[in-house]
Structure formats: structure tokens, C-alpha cells
Design a protein around this ligand. Sequence first.
Ligand code: NOJ
Length: 733
Amino acid sequence: MKSTFKFLVTLAFIITIILGQHLKDVEIEVKVNDLLHQMTFAEKVGQMTQFSGTNKRYEQMIREGKIGSLLNVIGAEENNRLQKIAVEESRLGIPLVIGLDVIHGYRTIFPIPLAASASWDTVLIRKAAEIAAKEAASAGIHWTFAPMVDIARDARWGRIAEGAGEDPFLGSAMARAQVLGFQGKSLADPLTLLACGKHFVAYGGAEGGRDYNTVDISERTLREIYLPLFKAAVDAGVGTLMSAFNEIGGVPASANQFTLQTILKGEWGFDGFVVSDWNSIGELVAHGIAKDRLEAGVKGLTAGVDMDMEGRCYTIDMEALVADGTLSEELINDAVRRILRIKFKLGLFEHPYIDESIQKELILHQDHIQTALELARESIVLLKNKRDILPLNRKELNTIALIGPLADDKDAPLGTWRCQGKQEDVVTVYEGLKNKLGDEVKIIYAKGCDVKNNSRTEFNKAIKVVRKADIVVMVMGESADMSGEAASRADLSLPGVQAELLNAIAETNKPVVLVLMNGRPLTLSNVESKVTAIVEAWHLGIQHGNAVADVLVGDYNPSGKLTATFPRSVGQIPIYYNHKNSGRPNNPSDKFTSKYIDLPSSPLYPFGYGLSYTKFKYSDIKVLNNRLLSSDELVVSVNVKNVGKRDGDEVVQLYIRDMVGSVTRPVKELKGFQRVALEAGEQKTVQFRVPVQELRFYDSDMKYTVEPGDFSVMIGGNSVEGLTANFKVISLK
Ligand code: NOJ
């Protein structure tokens, strides 16, 4: 009786919420339509226009209703000032929506997204996005061009730094976490940001890993590998998407009716708006599918790009095309409706201004810095640790030689897209170690060389320092501008003369711990055997040095796992764990199988890989029910025991393989993961529940379905090693 009552109350509550939301949505639609009817053609096109920065001319255009959005305007006061022009001086008083690339923090800079994804910690990543939103919103920003949800299977592509790596399942989880973090519970909350999933779509598939380059992939790969992250973002309620620079099989993404209209706005029912990338509509001319900006504008709009970023392609000249029937006015109305809808959802009509006093309290708040430290620690991946040289034994060490161009560098930790991050906020590795070790262990530092220039003049000084030390910590890698947009590299080894310096130092026979800082997987084959340990520290944000020091001395036990494969050589690229088997899978004793004659096919470090200062033992994999209907869940468990002497976290990963399909299937696909904390000696049973629907793929008729048949499931600590079991999906027929 009591429980029935409780149930009814809960039901009534839920219905009230749903009805309330529905009423709000209806109310917004009424307001949008009302406003739309009052707008001139020029005002409509104005809403669809976004410019960067500001000047007197733009201010006049805002006054005339000819700009609907700005990006790259910094500071609460300035944003309020411009907003005031829109709200109080334009005819209809439609507020601006102001955007900025808040990618991994606003002023409190977190690890770059590729690094953060190595934490596999969706809770912490969501929290970091929430903090970024708070800080940016307090500075008058409404909209971030993040998360980047592009799959990257090619480490040459500099923008691999901005995403979650190579896997669609993990990438979808990260997309969800970031959208929920940025957008919070309600877009109308003044301390949240409207998110933007980018770059729609397949931008990471650039040939040769060269930014902006051609993409040519099958519809199956598009749907199974590249689109799921966008779908996850849309399902999480992302308000906007950004159309990409690249073409896909002959059709530029910013003029692509199939991806934008058919899939996004049709199949997925996306009701937010699409903004172009920077002049990506204008670039349709260079792509060679439009003769001028006007034609490019028509193509972009027809495809479903609602707002033109810095392209000057959506103009009043379109009015003549509407008049002569070349362009449907309904396309324009639909775009404007979408933009206005979001502006209402953001609450900009009711609260157009930000309280200028709150930024002071929020920016670089102690809690934000603490979260930056936690995420930085979790992002670190221990790649090698011979003879358990790490953690450093501070009791027995007298002197550490700290060498390398990035050891005391305040710029690289900020990484690509550092927004308002400042060097003065950054803790370097040198500072982090000094903070940690004080007078206990002597640290002698020598830079040794630069990242980019090839001077060897400092080598000898560094070698002299090394001779005085018990152990060498070398901090090397890429400067911040070597990854991110327009920063593709053809050679992925340590840049400049860093490897040479490392080799010279290794000849002293002192143990070397290599701490890497980079925005992408590197090829390390020429240095890997020369060093005793490798700590992958990426670009970790303002707390970089403290996080690295925590790991080096063992105050934090590393738990990060790679989310992008580390190749042995650039020649192996593209290399990713979820590849197909081919008709002749690699067999070392058979020449006529798929492999290189000069290199193994395997990577140096696989997806999902990362060591700990303790060891985890997996045992007893159990599939609860190994005959499943397509409506069932696969329930599978495994015991994981910490068999070492330190407490630690393990990211337990579940992969499946569909053994026989109507089309070929990958050799492995990630379908579950859990971060598990285990004290020394502790064992836990880790259970996964994978809906059979999660095993769907596009069959030979391009139907999204699960095919009955045999599957194997593997659970382990990376994509290569694990315990396996089998199950079947049976059909009811
Ligand atoms: C170009 C980049 O591709 C995109 O990611 C970014 O959001 C815009 N510029 C705006 O800065």
C-alpha cells in the first residue's frame, strides 16, 4: 500500500516535470515564431552570421541586427558592453550568443583532452568541464566550441590532442561527460556553457594525417567509427554542432546534405543548430564546388549549416535568390528558428548580462586547481618501469639530474587551445619536484638542448650534471604548438636533437627516467631501449609539475591507460586496435600474410595500455548466461586482485569480438570499462552488463542490427591481454 502510494507520487512528480518541460518548450516555440514574423530578411541573415572579435563596424552591424553571434571577445565587461548594444540598441533587441574555444579549461587549465581521456574517468572529466564552464561563463561567455569528438586513428594529425583518441565507445563516453559538464542541468543556469560537438564529421580521417586534407571513407566506417560520438553528444543534449573543413568522398562536410540533413537533422532529430567552422562555407570555393561566396552560402545553407562563422557567405544577396525561387525561404526560417530557440533556452532574453563581480571569486578557485591536479595525475600513463625503478626512492637518493628542454618550461604544459591560461599559473616539473623533495634530495637541472633548434652546445654541460647524479630524469617531447590545429607532423620521433642528447646521456650508464610531454602518440623505438622508465605526461595543464612529481616519488600510483595506439614507426600508420582481421592475418612463419618485412605489425604500446606501481591479476571470467536474445544483456564478471604492495586503481576493460558476420567485423571492440580502486592485496569481482543492442553494426544491407551467432568477450587491463569467454546471440526464429 505504502509502496503503491510512493510509486504514484513519484509518477505524478515525473509527469509534472515532463509536462512542465513540454510547456516550456511550447512557450519557447511560440516566442521564436513570434519574433521570426517580425524580422526582416537582413535581420534573419544577421542571426545566422558570426564574427570574431569586435570593432566599430561590427558594433554598428550589431545595432542594425546584422550579427547574431560573436566569438573571441574576452572579459565580462567587454561582453556585457557588446550585449548591451544588441539588447538595447537593436530594433528587436535579440541578444548575442558569444562563443569561445574553451577546450580544456578557461583560466584553470586542465590536461589536454587526449591526456584527460587516458584517465578513463568520466566523472572527473565532467567535473573539469563544469569548472571550465563556470569560469568562462563568469567572463560573459555563453558558448564553447567543445567537445571535439573526432576519432583520430592517425597520430600525425595534430588535432589528435583535442579528442579522446581512437575508440568510438570510449569517445562516446567522453563526449557525454563533457556535454553534461559544460551544459549542466539547465542551459539557463548562468554558470553553464552551451556546448558544441565538433567537427561534423570525419575530420580526423584526413589522408596522410595532414590537417584539412581529403577524407574518403565508406558509409559503414562513417556510421560505425566517426558518427557514434556525435550521436552520443546529441543524445546528451548538446545544443550545437560545428560542420567540418574536410570533404567526405567528394562532398565537403559543410555542404553535405547526407550527413547534416539526412542523418543529423533527419534520422537523429537534432533540434539545436549547426555552426560552420571558420570560413568552412567560404572554403567551398577552394574545394571547387562553388564559384563564389554566394553559391557557397546557398550550398552550406541547403545542407543545413545554420550559422556562418567568419565566412561572410550568408548575406542579404540571398534575398534575390529567394525572390527568384533558387533558395527556399523556409531554409532560412528554419536556421533562424534553431538559433533563436537556443538563445531562449540559454535564458539570454531574460538575463542577457553576466554579473561582473563573480569572475573574481571563481577564476582559479582553489577547488578548481585541486581538480586540475587530480585529473592531471590520473592522465599520466606509465609506459615502462624496468626493475621497478619508479617510484624514486627518496630515502636512498642523494642527487637527481633533471635534464631536458621541457623540465622547467611553463608554456608546454598549457598545451594547444589554452584559452585564458597563463604561464604564471603553471607548475613545471622542476618546481613540482622541488616542492615535493625540498632539501631531502638534491636536484641539479640542465636544459641540455631546445625542443626545436638543433644546437648541441649545451650537451656537455648536461652530461657533466648527469655524472654527479644517482639517477637522471629527462623531460622531453613536443612544445605546445606542435600539436593542435594546423600542427600535423610527418615525423613522430622526439623533435630536434632531443634523442641525440638522450643517447649521449644514456652512455653514462646512469639510469634514465624519461618523462614525455606531447600532444600525440610519439614513435619511441629509437629511445625506448635506452631508458629504464617512461612516464607519459602529455600536456597536463597548470598542475603539470605537481602531478608528475606525485607520480615520480610515488605519492600517486599511476593508473592512466592509452586511448591512442603508439606506433613503432610512422610507416605503420594508420594503426589502431579495432582493425579488421583481413583474409591473411599476420602469421610470422608465413611470408604471404599481412605484415611488413622490416617491422612487426604490432604497435610499441597498444590502446588501453598503462602500467602501475602495483600488479593486478585477473582470474575467473564468468559469463552469467551465454545464450542471449537481442533484447538481453550480457552479464559477465571477472576477479581482479591487487597482488602488489601498493594501493592502486585499475581501468578494467571489456572487449568483444563478433566471430562471423554478414560483413567483416573488427578483431576487438571496446564495450565496457570501469575504474576500480584496489588496496594492496584486495580482490574485487568486477561485473559488466552489456546490452546486446550494443553489439549492433551495419550489416550487408546497411541495416543497424545484431546478427545472431558466436561472440567472444575479453576482459583485461589493455586491448591485448585478457581473459576470454564465449557467448552466443540466438534468434527467436
Ligand atoms: C577553427 C577550428 O577548427 C575550430 O575547432 C575552432 O572552434 C574555430 N576555429 C574557432 O576558433
